[in-house]
Design a protein around this ligand. Structure first.
Ligand SMILES: Nc1ncnc2c1ncn2[C@@H]1O[C@H](COP(=O)(O)OP(=O)(O)OP(=O)(O)O)[C@@H](O)[C@H]1O
Ligand SMILES: [Mg+2]
Length: 259
């Protein structure tokens, strides 16, 4: 067992280059938020969620995601992990309760401002959501391209990150040709390029073998050590056993937290 604030001394060791890249990515986002460091990044108060006229699937959730925190979100299939991540990503509105993101009540934020706020949250979807007509490289670079960044300013970083997640040979391949695990790694790399303050990952090790799972976990831990809050939704007990971290357990619509 290691503490979430420590680096895993394993085969997933980060190279000097990737370490530098992560440091640059996180420091950029940190300096942008220097002035907002006093409140938790995310605050939920008595939050409930139902889809349409269905039953309430999340009930009375009250918790904080503190800055620089690392937590696993777990619970049986259908417990609402993905739904909770969607609330955290602001792609769903709660049906009751208060959600404060970066100090702001999201019910008071105009819809037009949400995309800007959402950029501060990186997400790796359970179903990857890569664009099939773009290559692996283009998918990962997309967040920077849509912001109008010059390719010369990010190309080396994208290639380095892709190499580190084991996709160095797959940069020019389209997603339909990638395996599930390869798509997953591309989706993780894309979420990291967006320099998030909070990284949400939905079953990020669901399609990879144990050594790669450990490597990805190491990447999440390193990001966290550099200051990014991380929430990993997972069923993977072996993964959770590797790190002594906060556990958020969803069951029957309720959330229990073990710090
Ligand atoms: N768009 C939707 N419309 C209606 N019901 C939904 C929708 N998305 C999810 N649900 C329901 O909400 C509940 C929680 O689903 P969710 O996908 O959040 O669970 P999960 O914990 O992520 O499950 P898994 O471990 O299988 O990924 C389930 O009963 C599901 O059927
Ligand atoms: Mg899910």
């Amino acid at each position: 067992m290691v503490n979430a604030s420590q680096r895993l001394p394993s085969n997933g060791r980060l190279s000097g280059k990737i370490y530098r890249l992560l440091t640059v990515l996180v420091n950029k986002s940190r300096s942008e938020t220097k002035n907002r460091l006093s409140c938790p990044l995310i605050h939920f108060e008595n939050v409930g969620l139902r889809y349409g006229m269905g039953p309430e699937i999340l009930r009375d959730l009250t918790f904080d995601i503190p800055k620089k925190s690392f937590q696993f979100l777990t619970g049986p299939s259908g417990a609402g992990k993905t739904s909770l991540l969607r609330l955290l990503f602001m792609s769903l509105q709660p049906t009751r309760g208060l959600i404060r993101m970066f100090g702001r009540d999201i019910s008071e934020i105009p819809r037009s401002e949400l995309p800007l706020l959402r950029r501060r949250v990186g997400i790796v979807f359970q179903d990857f959501r890569l664009l099939d007509h773009l290559t692996t490289y283009e998918n990962v670079a997309l967040p920077l391209r849509v912001r109008g960044k010059e390719e010369s300013s990010y190309k080396t970083d994208v290639l380095e990150l892709l190499k580190w997640v084991g996709l160095g040979e797959r940069i020019n391949v389209l997603p339909p040709v990638l395996s599930g695990g390869e798509k997953q790694r591309a989706a993780i790399a894309r979420a990291l390029m967006d320099r998030p303050e909070v990284l949400l990952a939905d079953e990020p090790t669901g399609n990879v073998d144990p050594p790669m799972a450990r490597r990805l976990l190491n990447l999440f831990l390193e990001l966290n050590r550099l200051g990014t809050a991380v929430v990993i939704a997972t069923h993977d007990l072996a993964l959770m056993e590797q790190v002594e971290a906060r556990r958020m357990i969803l069951s029957g619509g309720h959330l229990d937290i073990y710090d």
